[in-house]
Design a protein around this ligand. Structure first.
Ligand SMILES: [Zn+2]
Length: 405
């Protein structure tokens, strides 16, 4: 217990240092070229300099080439603190942020970390600098106190998380041998107010774009046309009804069933008196992993055929995104390590959960690595007036340090 008290003291004493690191990171926008940004290099360099100044001496930078940014690279940083055991536990956070959006909705400058009471406001303060800062100070506890951690600490600060990770973790997976199947990864980039939910699973994701071709006609003469909007509506309802067909549930998830939701619809004709001969709409499917995407495709094909015959239209579709996810077991060692650290440090009981899907944890689980997504946060990422609660940042730093004692 003395060690845990020592860790808590260290983190309390270093709360100002955490705020300073947040100030530094917030002042350097790391936006992807998709958002008219110039990437992560400046922010990565500033972080690297800071880490060196504070005594970290095992830092590697991995540069994913990307011609769209001035430097030509999207950097990810790996910081290693050798442990007594070879077992590595990674703590992964991302360097990039999303744009501030409507500036008039902000009460402060998004590119300046502003402390108001118990909160730090600024773009990136929660997503993902809170987790990044907690991870850095958890490791710093061992470095500054000259204590060898039990497991090898691997901090990973990646590029390109907000736009699909092609130049971030997916590039690292494909182009380096950084990760071993035996490694564990904690991703403090998602969580709940109390910091007790450990995310271990994602639903399978399938996004479809449907293109319906029929025959345009005057609004008064449906007998001479083939109404594609009507066909689209019918098909959209049929696909939504998959929620009753693929009806197995899994209590890990909220909601605990597969969802098939028609979402976007493209504009078709200009006039109210025109029956559209072409229609395009989209469906977002989040599928309980007991079903495969193949299962869903088979049913989609069946329903397309029925609608084609009923309305005399031609339907084609393309997938905009599809990913089948692996689950980290509830009995995985990383879940046990993390939940026992939370219990020891804060006397809180945890629960395992699943989410709707589509995070970097899915990419790592697909190559066989057990991952836990967890942190204590208010979930205001991507919103105006994004903030981090200082207490959450300090609390999670304690938990992450306790993991390694
Ligand atoms: Zn994030």
């Amino acid at each position: 217990m003395e060690t845990i008290a020592g860790i808590k003291r260290f983190m309390d004493d270093n709360a100002d240092g955490m705020i300073e690191l947040q100030e530094l990171l917030t002042s350097i926008p790391a936006l992807a070229p998709e958002n008219n940004g110039d990437g992560e290099l400046k922010k990565a360099n500033a972080l690297k300099d800071w880490l060196i100044k504070r005594g970290f001496d095992n830092i590697d930078v991995y540069n994913a080439p990307d011609k769209r940014v001035t430097s030509g690279v999207r950097p990810s940083i790996v910081v290693t603190v050798q442990g007594l055991e070879k077992q590595a536990i990674w703590i992964m956070a991302h360097l990039d942020v999303v744009p501030p959006g409507d500036l008039s909705a902000w009460n402060t400058n998004p590119w300046q970390c502003v402390k108001k009471g118990s909160k730090l406001f600024g773009r990136g303060c929660e997503d993902n600098q809170q987790g990044l800062t907690s991870a850095v100070f958890a490791a710093l506890y061992f470095v500054e106190n000259n204590i060898t951690p039990r497991y090898t600490i691997k901090l990973l600060f990646v590029a390109d998380e907000e736009n699909g990770s092609t130049y971030g973790v997916n590039w690292l997976i494909e182009n380096t041998d950084l990760f071993n199947k035996e490694d564990y990864v904690i991703i403090p980039d998602g969580g709940d107010k109390n910091g007790v939910n450990i995310e271990i699973a994602e639903k399978n994701i399938l996004w479809l774009r449907f293109h319906v071709l029929g025959k345009q006609a005057h609004g008064s003469r449906p007998d001479t046309g083939n109404n594609t909007y009507l066909a689209s509506c019918d098909l959209a309802l049929r696909i939504n009804d998959f929620e009753n067909k693929f009806n197995k549930t899994d209590s890990l998830f909220s909601p605990d069933y597969s969802t098939f939701q028609p979402t976007k619809h493209e504009s078709n004709v200009e006039g109210v008196n025109i029956i559209p001969g072409e229609d395009i709409f989209y469906v977002d499917c989040r599928i309980i992993p007991t079903y495969t995407i193949e299962d869903v495709y088979a049913e989609v094909n069946k329903q397309c055929k029925i609608v084609e015959d009923k309305y005399g239209v031609k339907i084609s579709y393309t997938s905009l995104q599809e990913s089948e996810s692996q689950q980290t077991s509830k009995d995985s060692k990383i879940v046990e390590i993390l939940s026992s650290a939370i219990k020891k440090a804060h006397n809180q009981d945890t629960q395992c959960i699943g989410i709707g899907g589509g995070t970097v944890a899915g990419d790592l689980r697909r190559i066989g690595i057990d991952c836990a997504v967890w942190s204590t946060l208010d979930n205001i990422a991507h919103q105006p007036n994004e903030y981090c609660l200082i207490d959450n940042m300090v609390k999670d730093a304690v938990t992450l340090a306790v993991i390694f004692i």
